[in-house]
Design a protein around this ligand. Structure first.
Ligand code: PEP
Length: 248
């Protein structure tokens, strides 16, 4: 089955103020000079979504980094999927390991957030990934499979979504799995997606995330079943992010 076009998404995490939109302007210019072969997205902090969406142009999609599962209500500090959409986002990351770890987000909550995103018309990027202890115990495939089965809502069938496989121990560390390990987990993710959602899950992209840099992007993006990248640190500077986009 033909895979969807690759998606390279940047996760700015809690980095970025208005002055950093110069990086977006530089990226926009470079992409309009040489249109990318992949989809490109940036997920800035919520405070920048509206401005980034306005400035980014047609070749850069805008995403949130999280959303509440509820549509509205007394959740001080919370941002709903519909609010992200209203601000100009078309995607949202859910279940990032930093949120799973720092805020104790469970697979069930991540599934509710992904469902809320889909209902609001956003494309969720559902993150999964094993810890170092789980990898060392030989449990990586089993853990990730379970996360996919339990974090992916049935409502995703036939709707735009992506999975991001991000080994927790590879995020922000400069460490990456071997290409064989990435392929093994991505194949397991695909089969869990199909088991959960049927053949509708044969094409949505499975991104790899965790210390993707200009110097390793080409090899990682060429691994079978790698349908793009979720990029943290290297998405903050247009030149680095562009080099990754060009490798896709
Ligand atoms: C991330 O946090 O999603 C991530 C992949 O970070 P980094 O690229 O910095 O490892």
């Amino acid at each position: 089955m033909k895979q969807s076009v690759k998606l390279v998404a940047g996760n700015w995490k809690m980095n970025g103020v208005a002055a950093d939109l110069t990086e977006v302007a530089a990226l926009r210019q470079a992409l309009s000079d040489t249109p990318p072969a992949c989809r490109v997205a940036l997920c800035p902090p919520a405070t920048l979504i509206e401005r980034l969406a306005r400035d980014a142009g047609a070749l850069i999609e805008t995403g949130g980094q999280d959303c509440r599962a509820e549509a509205k209500g007394a959740f001080t500090g919370g941002v709903s999927a519909a609010m992200l959409k209203d601000a100009g986002a078309t995607l949202v990351i859910v279940g990032h390991s930093e949120r799973r770890q720092e805020f104790g987000e469970s697979d069930a909550l991540v599934a509710l957030k992904a469902e809320a995103a889909i209902e609001a018309g956003l494309e969720p990027i559902v993150c999964v990934g094993e810890t170092l202890a789980q990898r060392e115990a030989g449990e990586a495939v089993e853990v990730v499979r379970r996360q996919v089965m339990n974090s992916l809502p049935l409502a995703a069938a036939g709707r735009p979504f992506a999975i991001a496989y991000e080994p927790v121990w590879a995020i922000g560390t400069g460490l990456t799995p071997t290409l064989e390990q990435i392929e093994e987990v991505h194949r397991a993710v695909r089969s869990a997606m199909i088991e959960r959602l049927g053949l509708a899950a044969a094409t949505p992209p499975i991104l790899y995330g965790g210390s993707v840099k200009p110097d390793n992007a080409r090899d990682i993006l060429a691994v079978p079943e790698v349908g793009g990248a979720l990029v943290g640190g290297a998405s903050l500077k247009a030149a680095d992010f562009l080099a990754i986009i060009e490798a896709a």
